[in-house]
Design a binder for this molecule. Structure first.
Ligand code: XMP
Length: 316
């Protein structure tokens, strides 16, 4: 039977109305958590407290973007600046799964602190089906413990509520449309909970995250321009990754030893399988020129031509 977004919205609001206390929700600005916040806000009104955590791993302009979206939705949010704590918890960590678990743990600590403050009983999360299926549901082996799922400490003081856990991305988008969630180019971009921390391969530092953030902004900007000029369709998900590999280059007539950026861009219906986007070479060339011109520490730009499987969307 075809998915009916309106039916889902009604049922979900009825379920959420049963929560008998204050609920906090971690909003990221992404479609999943925003949809959950709108549903929960309809059900709970002022009993819902949306929290946005600035981890330091956010994309360029993301804090402003999130503020704008929620202002348009008429929902007030609490912004918590916690980048110092997040960078500190990743010191020396290079394993992707450990990164997710540490970040997940830190998120929960931040929320628990806020929850205590607000006397909350529930934690609402925007987990969707691919998150828990790929995190090891018993049906499949763990591919990645997406932080919404795998990073949760077992001893939590909050009751976790996941209103959209059985939905796939296209279904969440259909609901977002019905709920009049504002759309803009960045809005179409799913960003993983751990943010740029899993797009900086290896150890995460403020400097590396800053480089990845700037390169990512160029990728987003150039692809959107190419879309506006009618050169290509906007891919489903696209971003920059800062690799661990440093390589040799030349700047002017001087030898340089700099960082490498990989561009990932994919087309998919459900994120379980993806195809890499066939971005025109002229567009890739413009991205490469801008990245290497504007970011002197980067002297090589690569394009990922791998489907999922075997590669996942994210590099980590
Ligand atoms: P993968 O890399 O598993 O990505 O093929 C599939 C989709 O999931 C997103 N993703 C995550 N989302 N926490 C999240 O909330 C995570 O740890 C995480 N890892 C991957 C990825 O961006 C893609 O949309």
């Amino acid at each position: 039977m075809a998915f009916n977004p309106n039916e889902f919205i009604e049922q979900s609001i009825e379920e959420l109305k049963k929560l008998d206390g204050t609920a906090i929700i971690a909003v990221s600005g992404g479609v999943d958590s925003t949809v959950c916040a709108v549903l929960a806000n309809s059900a709970l009104g002022p009993k819902l407290k949306p929290i946005f955590v600035d981890t330091g791993f956010l994309r360029k302009g993301e804090v402003e973007q999130v503020k704008k979206v929620f202002k348009e939705l008429g929902i007030s949010i609490v912004i918590v600046e916690a980048s110092k704590e997040f960078f500190a918890c990743l010191k020396g960590v290079i394993d992707p799964e450990e990164k997710r678990k540490k970040i997940g743990g830190m998120f929960i600590r931040v929320f628990e602190k806020e929850a205590k403050h607000l006397n909350a009983k529930y934690l609402i999360q925007g987990t969707i089906a691919p998150d828990w299926i790929e995190s090891g549901s018993g049906i499949r082996d763990t591919i990645k413990s997406h932080h919404n799922v795998g990073g949760l400490p077992t001893q939590m003081n909050l009751i976790v509520v996941e209103p959209i856990r059985d939905l796939y991305k296209d279904e969440v988008r259909a609901i977002a449309k019905e709920l009049a969630v504002p759309k803009d180019p960045a809005w179409k971009q799913p960003s993983p909970g751990p943010g740029l921390a899993i797009r900086v391969i290896g150890e995460v530092t403020r400097e590396k995250v800053a480089l990845c953030r700037e390169a990512n902004a160029i990728v987003m900007d150039e692809l959107f321009k190419a879309f506006e000029f009618g050169e290509m369709e906007l891919p489903q998900q696209y971003f920059a990754v800062l690799l661990e590999t440093k390589t040799t280059g030349v700047q002017g007539d001087v030898r340089a030893y700099g960082h490498t950026i990989a561009i990932r861009s994919v087309e998919t219906k459900d994120l379980m399988t993806v195809e890499y986007s066939k971005i025109p070479h002229t567009v890739l060339h413009r991205i490469s020129l801008r990245i290497t011109n504007e970011l002197k520490q980067i002297n090589r730009v690569l394009y990922d031509v791998t489907h999922k499987p075997p590669a996942t969307v994210e590099f980590e």
